[in-house]
Every structure is written in structure tokens, then in C-alpha cells.
Design a binder for this molecule. Structure first.
Ligand code: CIR
Length: 259
């Protein structure tokens, strides 16, 4: 029977050596990060996902942020080539996992893409041009997705790590955004809801089928969402956030292929 699958990856003890771009390094309590990650997985299960957790892999500090390593569409899984060299050793295990569910296409050198820069909204696939994702990678993604009828749309990102730090999807028509980090005209086909100005990191929300999963760190934006009629399940991921990860980063969520 078809249903939602969420592939996750355990928190590595080496997360303390994670890549950092915008945040200062703070001590990370690995056990606390693991407990939060388990809560995240439980929330995904409650929202209807079958969670499949991969082991962290030895000495892969950022492997919990599995979103960056693959982008799973209904027709194909694109295995990314992360912009941070330290993260390329994460590829093999994730490629093997997604290949059980979809045909796989790989982004090849010199192309780079982090999955966190890819926002698929219907047949539009927005891709942030960032320090992690280059034009060669975007062209390879376009070529991989063209036969499936997707339109790849490169977009500007400034002030944050990934496109999905700045904007994610709430429903088919609506995106949650920090407009300071994107060019709103590039998303003119959608309605935008703004994060509260006191919560610039609040634009990352996970869509799980008809439901939403959101971080407790952004109560003002949650209020705004509730005022617009959206309900969200909330969890605390404060320890994981010290590694510059947000909620979408910790899973690959997709429909299981029908058998
Ligand atoms: C990194 O810099 O690659 C990790 N420390 C954080 C990655 C977060 N991923 C995401 O936003 N998609």
C-alpha cells in the first residue's frame, strides 16, 4: 500500500565538528540532540510517515542533515553533490537508501547542489544559487527533471545558508518566507506568508501530507500561521539548530512507490 516514507539519519557523535557558515560554534550536547531527533522521528510517525533511520556513518559530522544529500521526486531521486567537501562522504549510503524507492540520477562534478537549496512546489522546482549550489549543478538538475515535466527555476538567496532557510511550502498555493533573504518576485505565482520579523530563521516548516511540523523556537510566526487557519505540530530542535540545521534538513519525505 502507498504511504509516506521518511528517511532519517542518526546524529553522529562528531556533530560537534559540523560545518558552520552563519552561526558561531557552540558546544552541542549529543545526547540531547539525539533525544530531539527521536522526538522529530516520532512526530513524523504520528503524522503518518514510516520512518527509516540510517546509521550516522563514522566521522560524518553533518550526516543527520540528510535532506542535503538527495531530492526525491515521484519519478526519480536526484542524489546531490554537496557544496561542502566534508559532506561528500555522506553520499554513498543515502544513494543506496533512495535507490530502493526510485531510479537514481547523480549530480556530477563540477556540479554542486545541497538538497536544502531545492524547493519543489508542484511542477516548479526552485533552486537557490548559494555557496553550496552552483549553476552547473542546477543545469544537471534541470536536465534530470526535464523528461518528467518539472520546471527548474534558479533563484537568489542572501543572508542565510540554504534556500529552505528562507522559504518553504505550507500548502499548494502558499509559501512561508523571510522576504529579506529572497526576491519575492521570483515566487510571484504563490502567496507568501511572512515570518515574524523577530524570527528570521522561522521560514523552515515541514509539510507532511496535509499536516505541518514546526519548531517551538518560533512562537510568533506560529501565532501568525494559526491566525491564517494553519495548525502545526511543534517540536524542540534547539540542540540540532546549533549545527545550523532546521526541520526539513533532517528527513527525506516522499510517497512510497506503489507495488
Ligand atoms: C551544514 O553546514 O551543511 C550543516 N551544518 C547544516 C546543514 C543544514 N541543512 C539544511 O539546511 N538543509
Amino acid at each position: 500500500m502507498a504511504g509516506l516514507i521518511a528517511i532519517t539519519r542518526d546524529v553522529s557523535p562528531s556533530i560537534v565538528d559540523c560545518e558552520l557558515t552563519h552561526l558561531a560554534r557552540e558546544p552541542i550536547d549529543v545526547e540531547r540532540a539525539r533525544a530531539q531527533h527521536s522526538e522529530y522521528e516520532r512526530a513524523l510517525e504520528r503524522l503518518g510517515c514510516t520512518v527509516m533511520r540510517l546509521p550516522a556513518g563514522s566521522d560524518l559530522p553533518d550526516s543527520v542533515f540528510i535532506e542535503d544529500i538527495a531530492i526525491v521526486f515521484d519519478e526519480v531521486a536526484v542524489v546531490a553533490r554537496p557544496g561542502a567537501v566534508s559532506r561528500r562522504a555522506e553520499i554513498a549510503d543515502v544513494a543506496a537508501a533512495v535507490s530502493r524507492h526510485r531510479p537514481v540520477v547523480h549530480i556530477a562534478a563540477p556540479g554542486t547542489i545541497d538538497g536544502g537549496d531545492v524547493l519543489a512546489a508542484g511542477r516548479s522546482v526552485f533552486v537557490g544559487r548559494t555557496t553550496r549550489t552552483n549553476d552547473e549543478g542546477i543545469e544537471q538538475l534541470r536536465t534530470a527533471l526535464a523528461p518528467c515535466g518539472y520546471c527548474v527555476r534558479p533563484v537568489a538567496v542572501r543572508g542565510c545558508l540554504h534556500l529552505k532557510s528562507a522559504i518553504t511550502q505550507i500548502d499548494d498555493r502558499t509559501l512561508l518566507a523571510n522576504r529579506r533573504w529572497i526576491l519575492e518576485e521570483e515566487f510571484a505565482d504563490f502567496d507568501l506568508i511572512d515570518v515574524d520579523t523577530a524570527e528570521p530563521m522561522g521560514a523552515n516548516i515541514v509539510r507532511v501530507g496535509p499536516n505541518l511540523l514546526y519548531a517551538t523556537a518560533f512562537p510568533r510566526t506560529l501565532d501568525l500561521l494559526q491566525g491564517r487557519g494553519y495548525a502545526a505540530v511543534t517540536i524542540d530542535v534547539s540542540e540540532i539548530a546549533k549545527a545550523e540545521g532546521a526541520l526539513t534538513c533532517c528527513s527525506l519525505i516522499f510517497q512510497s512507490s506503489r507495488s
